[in-house]
Design a protein around this ligand. Structure first.
Ligand code: ASP
Ligand code: MG
Length: 412
């Protein structure tokens, strides 16, 4: 018998039939003798719908406190419906909002951070054989106001609950059956990974793999919560996110991620003197615009070029900010490009293998793909390429590092 926290995402609770399906899945775990705490998202599309209504009245930036009251309502619907569906199957269940649990957060509406979770209510319910069905994505601040954790935040709710309850496992039940070597929509013979380390998963999630919310992975790593991604709709072991790979022959590259949500800005012909980088990036930081990759050329004739990437949604604002400032750092030209893609290879095995970068660059060169920017860490290499080459780049790298599913390829 184990204590398992299960999180069901928006598509898993997409309509009443699916909610009944989730109830049957939870009931099977109960029958097997496990204690289960369930965390749910809103019905898929619902949070977007609520957001659109909020924006219709409040414009681009609706009042944060009220927006959180609005957005959190989606999860209130699904906890009630799922609890009813469980009771219909004879499983005692009880819906709980974030403040009923309580999930205490700071007051940053729209991107609140969990500070502490009370476990008495949940433990009392579990002791009675009741399945607590908790609203994901929401919490309560010190004033008793409802807060939300940021889009996709119910993964984090589940991991935080699992940590607070010292659960044996946190299952993220979703519409894919695990973490793949690359996006299976692009790579037909991508392989499901049985295991991946937290470090790798954190990179993959931050670099564009959409299976898990990056913050939830960070949380799971910090509190050592055993995390598993698996399908709501079909049986299977999914992917286990582990502290380290034991006894396994660690692959050099575990997976490939891609992201289309960045844009790059180049400030050309600036004086190659101390303080230029801070002059360029200072105003960007003050606008709360996050900068990802940064590249500065070796100076020539006392001038240098400076290139960096931002999220596409911040592109226009970042460009306008620099254009307004251009005189201050006497740049020759400021230009931008938002048709870029970031493609990354990730693997803890890179630590012990030389020449991985060269293999990556050779594979891209063989496809005539121009690399615009490069950034590396101990366990990842990312390149920026033109957006139109994204799929080709992912395919070339998937082949180069032999990540394909052997059986599937044999059948093709
Ligand atoms: N319903 C919220 C959202 O759509 C939270 C979640 O799904 O994780 O962002
Ligand atoms: Mg979601």
């Amino acid at each position: 018998m184990a204590l398992i926290v299960q999180k069901y995402g928006g598509t898993s609770v997409g309509d009443v039939e699916r909610i009944q399906g989730v109830a049957r899945r939870v009931a099977r775990y109960k029958e097997a003798g496990h204690d289960v705490v369930v965390v749910v998202s809103a019905i898929s599309g619902e949070t977007n719908r609520l957001m659109a209504m909020g924006q219709q009245i409040g414009g681009d930036k609706p009042l944060p406190r009220e927006l959180d009251v609005l957005l959190s309502s989606g999860e209130q619907v699904t906890i009630a419906l799922l609890s009813m569906a469980l009771m219909q199957l004879g499983v005692s269940a009880k819906s709980l909002l974030g403040d009923q649990v309580a999930v205490h957060t700071d007051s940053a509406f729209g991107k609140a951070r969990i500070e502490r979770i009370d476990t008495q209510t949940l433990k009392a319910d579990l002791d009675q054989g009741v399945v607590p069905v908790v609203a994901g994505f929401q919490g309560v601040n010190g004033d008793g106001d409802i807060t939300t954790l940021g889009r996709g935040g119910s993964d984090t709710s589940a991991v935080a609950l699992a940590a607070a309850l010292h659960a044996d496992e946190c299952e993220i039940c979703t519409d894919v059956d695990g973490v793949y070597t690359a996006d299976p929509r692009i790579i037909k013979d991508a392989r499901r990974l049985d295991q991946v380390t937290f470090e790798e998963m954190l990179e993959l999630a931050s670099l564009g793999s959409k299976v898990l919310h990056p913050r939830s992975v960070e949380f799971a790593g910090r509190y050592k919560v055993p995390l598993r991604v698996l399908s709501t709709f079909q049986e299977g072991p999914g992917t286990l996110i582990t502290m380290e790979m034991d006894n396994m022959e660690q692959a050099i590259v575990s997976g490939i991620a891609h992201a289309l949500d960045e844009a790059k800005i180049t400030v050309a012909g600036v004086p190659d003197i101390p303080g230029v980088a801070s002059k360029i990036l200072g105003p960007i930081g003050r606008k709360n615009i996050e900068v990802d990759m940064i590249l500065q050329n070796t100076g020539a004739d006392g001038l240098t070029d400076f290139t960096f990437t931002v999220k596409r949604q911040d592109f226009a604002e970042a460009l306008a900010t620099l254009e307004n400032m251009a005189k201050e750092f006497s740049a020759r030209e400021i230009s931008g490009d938002d048709a870029i893609a970031k493609v990354s290879i990730v693997g803890v095995g890179m630590r012990s293998h030389a020449g991985v970068a060269t293999r990556m660059f050779d594979a891209l060169a063989a496809e005539n793909i121009n690399i615009q920017m490069i950034s590396t860490s101990e366990i990842k290499i990312s390149v920026v390429v033109a957006e139109r080459y994204m799929e080709l780049a992912v395919r070339a790298l998937h082949a180069e590092f032999e990540l394909h599913d052997q059986e599937q390829s044999a059948n093709v």
